[in-house]
Every structure is written in structure tokens, then in C-alpha cells.
Design a protein around this ligand. Sequence first.
Ligand SMILES: [Zn+2]
Length: 95
Amino acid sequence: MPLSAPGGGGTRGDRRICLDHIDTEQIGDAKAEWVVALCAVKYVKTDNVCYAACPLEYNGRPCNKKLSEMDNMFTCERCQQTTQPNYRYVSVGGC
Ligand SMILES: [Zn+2]
């Protein structure tokens, strides 16, 4: 799959870039952008790779907000409920 030239415009969904370019081009700094990440992970940071996410639905969509833990009880500030966490993995790596 060839790399498409950056700045072509209009084909954002089809752009294929390296994850490094997200930093280089500051994608997402000004506004949220979807990127398609297709990469092989070479390394993964071993700390803070997962967090306890809210498994409940909020407005019909998965909440996924980070839960607050206190005395082995996980509470979602948004849903105002105590729940069991759904551990989400944050991949911090390179391609
Ligand atoms: Zn929630």
C-alpha cells in the first residue's frame, strides 16, 4: 500500500500514514480527527497501559469514561454509578 502524499485534501479517510506523522503533522492538536492506524507494534510502554473504563451506556453509547477507584469500588462520575471496570488498553507504541 503506497503512502499517499500529505496535504492532498478531500481524502482524509483514505490517508495512510505512520503513527509518527500524527505528532509530526500535529493531527488532532487543533481539533479531533479520525485516523486509521495500521501498524505493527514494536514496543509497548509497560506503565499506564490500561485504565478502568466505565462499561455502562451513556446516551445510548458506551461511556468508557475512566472510573474513580476507592476501596475497590469503581465509580463513574458521568453515570453517577458504581460499577465493575472494563479495562481498556492504551497502546503507546511505534510503527
Ligand atoms: Zn460512565
